[in-house]
Design a protein around this ligand. Structure first.
Ligand code: GRF
Length: 207
């Protein structure tokens, strides 16, 4: 079997998407392995999930840097030291500098809990719920310097039903995220994603 591609996952909190990636990566046919988890928060629950799975972790606090780029340079150094090819943001709550983003051209992805370009920013599930939309969902996209922008790789829609609460929508959203994100990472590791003129094409398997 060919060697799995090394990825890093950047988190700030619970890490349920990280857990979905860990579980997927345990499958023999998954093409990526998590070489490093970085959190900017020392008490992120996702760090425990990584440790449970025997994955290397680093805490790099965003506090105490003169410049935002200094924090990003520290993370970049850790990513290079871990020899990763791809970086996946999974509930990472810091805006990255253009400098950092440019180090990872089409190798840095994010998952966002809305059907972008609708409902960018924080509390996206709540924004959609409050707006009364009947369909929302999650988006995996390449990261660009503008927040929650960048070429869309894949989306998964969920209905918002009449008897839904914010909580029930959030639950369904997370289920959708946990299915979609590992799948996209597998495509990335399998070099099935092309970006031309900021539009994404996925090469489907023909067999
Ligand atoms: C997810 O909803 C993700 O889309 C957003 O932040 C949340 C992270 O949740 N970017 P978790 O830490 O993976 O549980």
């Amino acid at each position: 079997m060919t060697e799995k591609r090394k990825i890093a996952v950047l988190i700030s909190g619970n890490g349920s998407n990280l857990q979905a990636i860990i579980d997927a990566a345990n499958q023999p046919d998954f093409l990526a392995q998590i070489a490093l988890v970085i959190s900017n928060e020392a008490d992120a629950h996702g760090l425990e999930r990584a440790k449970q799975a025997g994955i290397a972790t680093e805490v790099i606090s965003h506090i105490g840097h003169a410049l935002r780029e200094d924090f990003d340079r520290k993370m970049h150094a850790a990513l290079l030291a871990a020899n990763v090819e791809f970086v996946c943001l999974a509930g990472f709550m810091r805006l990255l500098t253009p400098w950092f983003i440019n180090q990872w051209p089409n190798k840095l992805i994010n998952i966002h809990p809305s059907l972008l370009p609708a409902f960018k920013g924080t509390h996206a599930i709540e924004q959609a719920f409050d707006a009364g939309v009947k369909v929302t969902g999650c988006t995996v996209h390449f990261v660009r310097p503008q927040m929650d922008a960048g070429p869309i790789i894949a989306q998964s829609a969920i209905d918002i039903l009449d008897d839904d609460t914010l909580h029930s929508v959030a639950e369904r959203m997370h289920e959708a995220e946990h299915a979609l994100y590992p799948e996209v990472i597998n495509w990335l590791a399998g070099e099935r994603i092309d970006v031309t003129n900021e539009r994404v094409t996925i090469h489907r398997l023909t067999h």
